[in-house]
Design a protein around this ligand. Structure first.
Ligand SMILES: NC(=O)c1ccc[n+]([C@@H]2O[C@H](COP(=O)([O-])OP(=O)(O)OC[C@H]3O[C@@H](n4cnc5c(N)ncnc54)[C@H](OP(=O)(O)O)[C@@H]3O)[C@@H](O)[C@H]2O)c1
Length: 288
């Protein structure tokens, strides 16, 4: 049976370890920052994993999952490789979205096989992450000879592997940052406005609407756009901005920036140029 070590016992490291543990696999060892609370939490979730120093965490395991923050992955690889902690043919995977496989080059130079496997899912905490991971798409980047086992690993973790070329990795990750983090921020702003309008349960309004809007954009692109900017209803837009200027002045700049984006896409979707100009002039009147 495969034996696994985890470096970085946080949200993703804890989630993947839990998924493997639920499959009956052995998570043999874990390394984190000394005295870290996330290391304690990981030990409670995966009690069989031995807590080890970074330099020896990979001893005797087949697979190492590097789940540290993005900026630490390279240093982690360098430190373990420099301590002769990599064995020939050992499989190493990191879960960072923006990095390709180059960041694990010290491991590859020491004889390890390397892959970058990024789950397109949000992991708010280890248990929620493990629960919602099934069916997620994963971006897999590896040399041709390593794609097979990397894809198999993702399937074992309940995911759907998709090969992403190394040179496309940064653009891929920028897309997901917009689709996930920026979307959460925009929905949070909508939630604040609804609470301001006296709506006690904003999720009852936003849940179905945001889900349908997100799926529309993801599947149909600009053809899914609706609303006042898409229709060219400049009077409605002016009303929103006048109200925000009074009730939520801090939201005016973001509303204008988002409306600029909607307007660009509305024109791509076929909005009449004259109507688009009227909306643009309305927005211009509220730029700071
Ligand atoms: N969260 C997501 O939604 C998500 C989704 C997909 C991919 N990812 C990727 O997965 C990776 C991990 O993200 P995360 O959200 O799980 O981060 P996280 O919750 O902050 O976990 C990172 C873990 O690495 C530990 N760590 C920090 N520096 C270390 C070092 N020098 N050596 C060993 N361990 C170290 C942290 O310890 P402390 O707790 O002491 O800081 C923490 O346990 C990142 O590359 C991220 O881009 C995240």
């Amino acid at each position: 049976m495969r034996t696994v070590a985890v470096i970085g016992p946080g949200r993703v490291g804890g989630s993947l370890a839990l998924v493997l543990q639920r499959r009956g696999e052995r998570v043999h060892a874990v390394a984190g920052r000394e005295g870290s609370t996330s290391l304690d939490a990981f030990a409670r979730l995966v009690p069989d994993a031995e807590v080890r120093p970074l330099e020896t965490v990979a001893d005797g395991v087949d697979l190492v999952l590097v789940c540290t923050p993005d900026d630490v992955v390279g240093d982690t690889a360098r430190r373990v490789a420099a301590a002769d902690g990599v064995t020939e043919g050992q499989r190493w995977v990191h879960t960072s979205g923006g990095h390709g496989v180059g960041v694990l080059s010290p491991v590859a130079a020491a004889g390890g096989r390397v892959a970058a496997c990024h789950p397109a899912m949000t992991f708010p905490d280890p248990v929620a992450g493990a629960d919602q991971l099934g069916g997620a798409s994963w971006a897999v980047t590896a040399a041709d000879a390593d794609l097979g086992w990397a894809h198999d690993l993702v399937v074992d973790l309940g995911g759907a592997p998709v090969t992403v070329h190394d040179h496309d990795r940064t653009l891929y990750h920028a897309a997901l940052a917009v689709g996930s983090n920026a979307t959460t921020a925009v929905v949070t702003m909508a939630r604040d406005l609804l609470l301001g309008a006296g709506i006690e349960d904003p999720a009852a309004f936003l849940g179905p609407l945001v889900t349908a809007s997100a799926m529309g954009g993801a599947t149909r692109g600009v053809d899914a756009l609706t609303g006042p900017v898409r229709r060219g209803d400049a009077g409605t837009v002016a009303g929103h901005l006048d109200e925000l200027a009074v009730s939520f002045p801090e939201a005016v700049g973001t509303y204008v920036a988002l409306a600029d984006l909607v307007l660009l896409q509305a024109v791509r979707a076929g909005l009449d140029p004259g109507r688009a100009d009227t909306v643009r002039r309305t927005l211009d009147g509220h730029r700071t």
